[in-house]
Design a protein around this ligand. Structure first.
Ligand SMILES: [Fe+2]
Length: 421
């Protein structure tokens, strides 16, 4: 349970709110999927931390990331023509190139070039990696992008989607840390038929004991599930400050990726995907075969993967007939839809002063704690966790192991992938 003030500090990201400032000034922020913009195609409106931007892919493939409003009169550049490596505002034809310079001002005479050179444009550095366009919104010069395991892999080994979620960003992050819900909410998608897939053990013990370790990048949250034969299923989620989580997948999918990108106080985008050690994992068409267990009835849309099929007044499209037939949650769209619905059902910003946290919520408590520490670090002039210059995260991998009954030393774990081969 948090105090009202702590809940406000953790959840508010707009304007000069401390959490939004922490994110803006210290971390690259995921803005969109690379596939959402194409050369000379439709510009994409992007809202981050309560501010409005436009992203576009120029004629030569580069990404432009600008304030949404034309610096002339404020017309939305999401309406602009995307041509010749720049956006041309449809109101008076001013053109801003992909690097953020005003290059044509047809309404000004004489000396239009000199005039154009003096017009400031809000533009921001971007980095593409892992199928995601990341943006640097901080005031200081952009640091090198801290690589992640999947941002240095070939595109054929990474699958990524995006879904707009109708609640505060922290609800999204907390759900990705919360291993305890997997065996309940996602029961219909975590079938015992998946022989030997380690995640099935999440069905066998609904009250995992947590061992949480704070790390230079964030935290390791090991959910320990004692099994009937005396062994322990160890499932470790890695949390990289302030909004990236990796959870274990299965034999062929070392990690499932969850990244939360705050749109404003009441919305976030959830980037959901996975990586594999096998090329050909992502064919570019549909959900990878190795991820078929997450698939439900929802038509595949990587740009709205876990979207609702109805609104709150209609219980977000819950299918009670399917529940009568054995589906646990009634959200038959796909596994991610179960997450997006449950988080939105809490309301736009959950009131954590009213939480009654149980023993399996230890990792959530630690996540809240290190986020608050990050705020305190910035206030004290220290670099927050995970943002040290030169740091990268490409060695951060989730853990998915069975610890045999006779073993009480965690260093003697059997690598579940290795033992399966
Ligand atoms: Fe979930």
């Amino acid at each position: 349970m948090l105090t009202r003030e702590q809940n406000d500090v953790l959840t508010q990201v707009e304007g000069d709110a401390p959490m939004g400032t922490l994110m803006r000034e210290h971390y690259w922020i995921p803005a969109a999927l690379s596939s959402q913009i194409v050369e000379d195609g439709v510009p994409l409106r992007v809202r981050l931390l309560g501010r409005d931007f436009v992203a576009f892919r120029a004629t030569d493939g580069r990404v432009g990331f600008l304030d949404e409003r034309c610096p002339h009169r404020g017309t939305s550049l999401a309406l602009a023509r995307n041509e010749g490596c720049g956006l041309r505002c449809i109101f008076h034809g001013w053109k801003i190139d992909v690097s953020g310079k005003v290059v044509e001002v047809p309404t000004h005479s004489p000396n239009p070039d000199a005039f154009a050179a003096k017009v400031p444009v809000g533009h921001y550095p971007t980095h593409e990696g892992g199928g995601i366009i990341w943006v640097w919104l901080g005031a200081k010069e952009a640091p090198p992008f801290p690589e992640l395991p999947f941002t240095v892999m070939p595109a054929s080994q990474v699958w990524m989607t995006i879904t707009k979620c109708y609640c505060n960003w922290l609800q999204g992050v907390e759900a990705t840390i919360d291993s305890a819900h997997v065996g309940t909410l996602h029961m219909a998608y975590v079938s015992r038929d998946q022989a030997n897939e380690p995640m099935t053990h999440a069905l066998d013990a609904l009250a995992p004991r947590y061992e949480v370790e704070h790390t230079p990048y964030g935290l390791d949250a090991a959910a320990l599930r004692p099994l009937h034969d005396g062994s322990t299923y160890v499932r470790t989620t890695k949390f990289i400050m302030p909004f990236i989580s990796f959870t274990p997948g299965g034999y062929e999918v070392p990690a499932v990726i969850f990244i939360v990108s705050p749109i404003d106080d009441m919305h976030h985008n959830l980037f959901y995907g996975a990586w594999s050690n096998h090329s050909g994992f992502n064919s570019g068409h549909g959900v990878p075969e190795e991820m078929s267990t997450v698939v439900g009835n929802l038509p595949y849309d990587p740009h709205n993967f876990g979207g609702f099929t109805s609104d709150r007044d209609h219980n977000f499209g819950q299918d009670r007939e399917a529940m009568k037939s054995g589906h646990f949650s009634g959200f038959v769209g796909n596994l991610l839809q179960e997450d997006t619905v449950t988080q939105a059902s809490m309301g736009p910003i959950v009131d954590r002063t009213k939480d009654h946290l149980s023993s399996s919520d230890v990792a959530i408590i630690h996540t809240q704690r290190i986020l608050l520490e990050g705020i305190a670090d910035v206030a004290a002039g220290r670099t927050p966790r995970g943002a040290r210059p030169g740091m990268d995260h490409r060695d951060v991998l989730p853990v998915n192991v069975l610890r045999p009954a006779e073993t009480d030393d965690s260093s003697q774990v059997i690598d579940y992938y290795a033992s399966a081969k």
